[in-house]
Ligand binder design. Structure first.
Ligand SMILES: NC(=O)c1ccc[n+]([C@@H]2O[C@H](COP(=O)([O-])OP(=O)(O)OC[C@H]3O[C@@H](n4cnc5c(N)ncnc54)[C@H](OP(=O)(O)O)[C@@H]3O)[C@@H](O)[C@H]2O)c1
Length: 324
């Protein structure tokens, strides 16, 4: 089968399309023909081994342990192992396989049945389905973290024009929140189109210097100090950092723990829990038309390096999708 492989960390030039063996099935696994896959910031991080914690997270300290990247898939089950009970050949499935071997940028992938895979709703295109699993689940869990987002809540989404943020805008609006979306100037129009009430270009305006206060801050960028974010957080507000630089994540983890212990605010790092229930909820919402994957561009399998380059150069708005 064809796959996009790499054997050392680095820029997208280290990737090449090669013929490799089809993965083994195994008794508790599914062999899935990948119809579409989407890129996430986490693919860029595992490609480049930056931030540095990537090397410590089991992906390989000196070299990548797995030669193929890619977590989000929509595909068709080709074969199932003897112990598999929930799926059968021919099922169209979707899911985030980041913690279950990944390796989605290939024609076939072998995935354990216990991975957070679901049968794809029939009305959802493979492109829409592949764009959702990791980013939409992060957005949903970010908006439910500690307590649910409620009608009238003022929600600030930092990095709202990226993969997770474009889902978060729609989900926050659907919950009845008033949404302020922050990202670079090139993404403002898309953020408005997705429902943001107010948009801020972070290269021109500093939201932390405004007099606004927010009930919830969902931070997909993680570039600023937790203390500057705290300036615009209500006294009982929730601030969740989803991703960011190593120093910012550490600061949010440690200082956030102290802040959360001392008062009514909760500040800290969100740890995602990819699961079938959340993904089914989101996929059904998307099938009904109430949620959409903001897909900027689709590429063939050979286009994975170009797509990763676009993501890494911070030019992508919403999601980039690979179709086979
Ligand atoms: N917590 C967990 O369990 C978990 C699980 C999976 C993934 N993640 C992490 O989640 C993070 C976000 O994912 P994603 O897919 O949404 O990333 P993404 O698509 O890269 O989106 C991040 C957005 O933030 C913007 N941004 C950069 N600096 C900013 C700033 N100072 N202010 C406001 N916006 C800024 C980026 O725009 P520019 O183009 O301007 O850079 C981009 O649009 C990643 O770091 C990923 O590793 C976390």
């Amino acid at each position: 089968m064809r796959a996009v492989v790499y054997d050392r960390y680095g820029p997208p030039d280290v990737l090449e399309v090669r013929e490799v063996d089809k993965p083994n099935l195994g008794d508790d696994r599914l062999l899935i023909r990948v119809n579409a896959a989407s890129l996430n910031r986490s693919d860029w991080e595992v490609l480049t081994a930056r931030p540095v914690y990537v090397r410590l997270s089991g992906t390989g300290f000196l070299r990548p342990k797995k030669p193929i990247l890619g977590s989000d898939i929509a595909g068709t089950v080709e074969a199932v192992g003897d112990e598999v009970t929930r799926f059968q050949p021919g099922d169209d499935v979707m899911g985030d396989i980041m913690w279950h071997g990944a390796q989605a940028f290939a024609e076939y992938v072998s995935v354990a049945e216990q991975a957070p895979l679901i049968v794809k709703p029939p009305g959802l295109s493979v492109e829409q389905a592949a764009a959702m699993p990791q980013a939409a689940v992060l957005a949903l869990q970010g908006l439910r973290h500690i307590r649910p987002t409620e009608p009238g809540d003022r929600v600030l989404i930092i990095g709202a024009g990226g993969g997770g943020g474009t889902f978060a805008i729609q989900l926050a609006r659907a919950a009845g929140a008033v949404v302020t979306a922050v990202d670079n100037g090139g993404k403002l129009a898309k953020m408005r189109e997705l429902g943001a009430d107010e948009v801020i270009d972070y290269t021109r305006e500093d939201f932390a210097r405004s007099s606004e206060e927010y009930d919830r801050i969902l931070d997909f960028a993680g570039r600023r100090s937790i203390f500057s974010n705290r300036r615009v957080l209500r006294s009982d507000g929730v601030y969740a950092m989803v991703g960011g630089t190593m120093p910012r994540l550490l600061q949010a983890f440690l200082a956030g723990w102290v802040i959360s212990k001392l008062g009514d605010q909760w500040m800290g790092v969100l740890l995602a829990n990819p699961n079938r229930e959340d993904l089914s909820y989101l996929a059904n919402l998307a099938e009904s038309g109430a949620l959409t994957s903001a897909i900027e561009q689709t590429y063939p399998l050979e286009g994975v390096p170009e797509a990763l380059q676009r993501l890494g150069q911070d030019r992508a708005v919403g999601k980039l999708v690979i179709t086979m």
